[in-house]
Design a protein around this ligand. Structure first.
Ligand code: DAT
Ligand code: MG
Length: 149
């Protein structure tokens, strides 16, 4: 089963959308296997977004993600990376599909509410960066057989 890493970003936390976003992932059938509420350090932000260093929006991105607490989570499911990216929508809210989180709650790319891993390799690296192995919970969900074929 694939794991993916998700951040409910500072704007979404401030706007009271942790429950709304979590509910959409739960409702879809994804399984929560890790969660923590934290203030992101400068160091963690820079490591997480290292790939964007040097881009014009980098400084704003680091300021945004460290500006206020976030909810960091790990979700599991078949093709979880693609499923969660689809639920979140395209990077720019004005290009995100109707019904997606970024479409339904956002307008600007710099306030796009969520992060979700974009590949299995990055998913694994991000889970390991943000969570210790003992912080992940492997559990049997009573509905698994009715959601996973
Ligand atoms: P995503 O978050 O959809 O994976 P990304 O990895 O390309 O998108 O970029 C990371 C974040 O950086 C994105 O959520 C918002 C910000 N960002 C990306 N492109 C941007 C741009 N052209 N202007 C401003 N912010 C941008
Ligand atoms: Mg990305």
């Amino acid at each position: 089963m694939q794991k993916t890493f998700v951040i409910v970003k500072p704007d979404a936390v401030q706007r009271g959308l942790i429950g709304e976003i979590t509910a959409r992932l739960e409702r879809r059938g994804l399984k929560l296997v890790g969660a923590k509420f934290l203030a992101v350090s400068q160091e963690l932000a820079e490591t997480h977004y290292a790939i964007h260093k040097g881009k014009p929006f980098y400084e704003g991105l680091i300021n945004y993600i460290t500006s206020s607490p976030v909810m960091a989570m790990v979700w599991e499911g078949p093709d979880a990376i693609a499923a969660v990216r689809q639920t979140m929508g395209a990077t720019r809210p004005t290009e995100a599909a109707p019904g997606s989180v970024r479409h339904d709650f956002g307008l600007e790319v710099g306030r796009n509410l969520t992060h979700a891993s974009d590949s299995p390799e990055n998913g694994e690296a991000e889970v390991n960066l943000w969570f210790k192995p003992e912080e992940l919970v492997s559990w049997e969900r009573a509905t698994d057989a009715w959601i996973f074929e």
